[in-house]
Design a protein around this ligand. Structure first.
Ligand code: SF4
Length: 449
């Protein structure tokens, strides 16, 4: 990356999995408001469902997720009961039986549940929603704790996709992040799931970890490519110990510097592309036959809280502590603390902690940011026409972009704004120009690369 771009790479900007981003949610939207949003949904439109399991059997020090160490199963079993009750509660507020186009079990580690509990949750889903033909049912899995029985049950329950956090195979890096999972363990977990009928396999990789180098990443990517996951995601490690307390266990002296991070990001992207994957948006890669690659090629790629997705549903129902959902009226986030979340659900209240009701230019600006993040270009006049907005409402944003235009990150072609090849890795920084909330908050974000 040319030195003049490094000023953009070191800017702290959101990852834009929503607009406005979560730090701008507030307590103005409660359970009753959300109930009204659910009741107003069009029952003919499919929805997607996100189920959160905040428990893990092991603690990874780099983790920025809301998770709890499950040293006993009892709290997990209690959580499952509440999760089922919340699913029922959400279904009670829907305007009828709706179709499900996507389901994602995330965490934490959803495979930390007992197989019978996973089955009960899925039975509840099927009791209240119609799983549409061709729906994607995805589950995050941990190769260190995935049992043969859970593998068999994931297949039996009809899951179509499983994702694994690989991060890095180098033993020194694994020790420094407290995630020991030798290559053979991952090979066995992937083969087991494929034998059980799971056709889609995702791997997540991270660069910027302690002791990581371009060489350790090269070996990791070669080992991953040999397993042919359909999708790979490559994230930069975001060291935010003021937010993620577990990260205080990471040796900061062993973290790569800014230039080393950029070198790793660029080298890893090149290696993954050379292995036959198509680059998708900011940080995803997929084999050409995969739906995500097809969506990227035909311009239908979307972005939500799970990252890049083929999911076209306008409504995402988030169930479980800390889950985030979206309806055409706005966003909601559930209570994060599992005890308070469970008390709300048990009392028959939708357990919303905060949210954001769409207003003003929110959906217009959200569309512009999503288009830049997914397609690397946006037609601003067409966006105004489709989402409503005053002519010239982007004039100030465009004048803020003039430095980036001069530096060759973006070009303008009439009302179309397009990222250049040099600008693509800095898409978050370009998108942030259209974020009307960014300057009003106190949230701290990770650097752009
Ligand atoms: S990285 Fe995943 S498995 Fe590790 S502690 Fe965080 S949520 Fe659990």
């Amino acid at each position: 990356m040319p030195p003049m771009f490094q000023k953009y790479a070191s800017m702290a900007v959101p990852r834009y999995t929503s607009y406005p981003t979560v730090p701008h949610f507030d307590s103005g939207v409660g359970g009753r408001g959300y109930a009204g949003w659910l009741e107003a949904l069009n029952p003919a439109e499919p929805v997607s469902l996100y189920l959160h399991v905040p428990f893990c059997r092991k603690l990874c020090w780099y983790c920025g997720c809301n998770m709890k160490l499950a040293s006993r199963y009892e709290p997990v079993a209690d959580y499952v009961e509440t999760l089922i009750r919340e699913l029922e509660l959400v279904a009670e507020h829907l305007p009828g039986r709706v179709g499900l186009s996507h389901l994602h079990f995330g965490g934490g580690t959803p495979t930390a549940l007992e197989p019978d509990d996973l089955e009960r949750v899925m039975d509840t889903v099927r009791a209240h929603f119609t799983v549409n033909e061709g729906a994607e049912l995805a589950i995050e899995s941990d190769p260190r704790t995935l049992t043969p029985e859970m593998t068999r049950r994931i297949g039996k329950l009809g899951f179509t996709r499983a994702s694994f956090g690989i991060q890095e195979f180098d033993p020194k890096v694994q020790k420094a992040i407290n995630r020991i999972q030798p290559e053979e363990m991952v090979v066995s977990a992937v083969n087991g799931l494929r034998d059980a009928g799971i056709t889609g396999i995702n791997f997540d990789l991270i660069y910027g970890l302690p002791h990581q180098t371009v060489n350790t990443l090269r070996a990791t990517i070669a080992a991953c490519a040999a397993l042919k996951p359909d999708r790979l995601a490559l994230f930069g490690y975001a060291h935010v110990p003021w937010m993620a307390k577990k990260q205080r266990l990471i040796d900061e002296a062993a973290l790569p510097g800014a230039q080393a991070r950029i070198d790793q990001a660029e080298a890893a992207a090149r290696m993954i592309s050379a292995a036959g994957y198509e680059a998708i948006g900011l940080d995803h890669f997929a084999l050409p036959h995969d739906d995500l690659a097809i969506a990227a090629r035909n311009g239908t790629l979307r972005r939500n809280f799970q990252g890049y997705t083929t999911d076209k549903a306008e409504t995402l129902l988030g169930v479980g502590a800390t889950s985030i959902g979206r309806t055409p009226s706005g966003y909601v986030q559930n209570i994060a603390e599992t005890g308070a979340w469970a008390r709300a659900v048990t009392s028959g209240t939708l357990p919303v902690a905060k949210g954001h009701a769409f207003q003003g230019e929110d959906t217009l600006r959200g569309h512009v940011i999503e288009a830049l993040m997914c397609r690397g270009e946006v037609d601003l006049d067409a966006a105004i026409l489709h989402h409503g907005g005053a002519p010239g409402c982007f004039d100030m944003d465009l004048s803020s972009l003039s430095d980036m235009e001069r530096d060759g990150l973006v070009i303008r072609d009439g009302s179309v704004l397009r990222l250049t090849e040099a600008g693509k890795p800095l898409v978050r920084t370009v998108a942030s120009v259209f974020d009307a909330y960014l300057s009003t908050g106190t949230a701290r974000h990770s650097v752009a690369v």
